[in-house]
Design a protein around this ligand. Sequence first.
Ligand SMILES: [Zn+2]
Ligand SMILES: [Zn+2]
Length: 347
Amino acid sequence: MSEPVGTWEERWHPLREEWVIIAAHRQNRPWSGETIAHSEEKEPEYVEDCYLCPRNSRVSGKSNPDYDSVFVFDNDHPCVGSNAPLNLAKPAGIYKNRAADGIARVVCYSPKHNLTLAELEQREVENLLTTWQRQYTDLAARPEINHVLVFENKGEAVGVSNPHPHCQIYATNFVFKTIETEARASARHFSETGRYLFQDIISAEQTDGRRIIAENETAIAFLPYFARYAYEVYVAPKRTHPSLAALSDREVADFSEVLQATLIRFDNLWQMPFPYVMPLHQAPTDGGNYEAFHFHIEFHPPLRKPNLLKYLAGPEIGGGNFLSDTSPEEKALELQMQSPIHYKHKT
Ligand SMILES: [Zn+2]
Ligand SMILES: [Zn+2]
């Protein structure tokens, strides 16, 4: 028997403080799982029954304005809201509950139904980043809000049936678990070493160099050493800022350039709109000290191949740690080899 080739090891995830099993020697095993079909039909710019298109009415009865750039509104079906029921039945024994207080919003990136974030012009991406900055600052100022989670779910593979480009904001009275973990890890690293954890991650990525997807003077995108998903990519400013709101105009411009370069490579990979879950990881707004928290965007794409989902099963759902059967170095190389021009824009 010869030694298995490829990557077969456990890698430490410093932000989540957990091990990721990389077993890339399993990559080519035969597969007979579910496939995802993606339609080639061209969507129109405006769709009459889309609740996000300009001028259309939503379930609440409200109508969208005739907006021409970014449009933000309060979610008509919020999972957290200031009018959540207060008179809750007390549960049995040690169980406890409380009102689902908070604010949920929707942010439309563009009036055009058939665009994606990857296809927006750079000034439009910058405008969106400015909107996200304003939303964070506005929501963070409210005493009942302890965290602002901005995220985009994109594609049917993650359960989104409406392709109109948009993201959501959940401003909550609690701090989401991953953010809490990252904040704790970053604070501990800072007190132990005097250095910022995320800057040490960037520096390790730069030293290795094999997993960098895009980079300019103040921003960087990389597929981390400890990636849990095949095409997981982090986009970050190089300086440590607790939130996007703290970036200078110059840093926002650089950040949007690197973000766009990443999105275009994703779409070009399989010449299709690339599905993902994209959270912005920003510091909690609960009044704590988060000077060591380093704002970044994470992409968690669910697909391993064009028609192949990464299933969360025994290790992930059963045990809570990820098993990746792809090599981060190989997947980064696939993205690096893509054209910087979006496939839909090629003549
Ligand atoms: Zn629409
Ligand atoms: Zn993160």
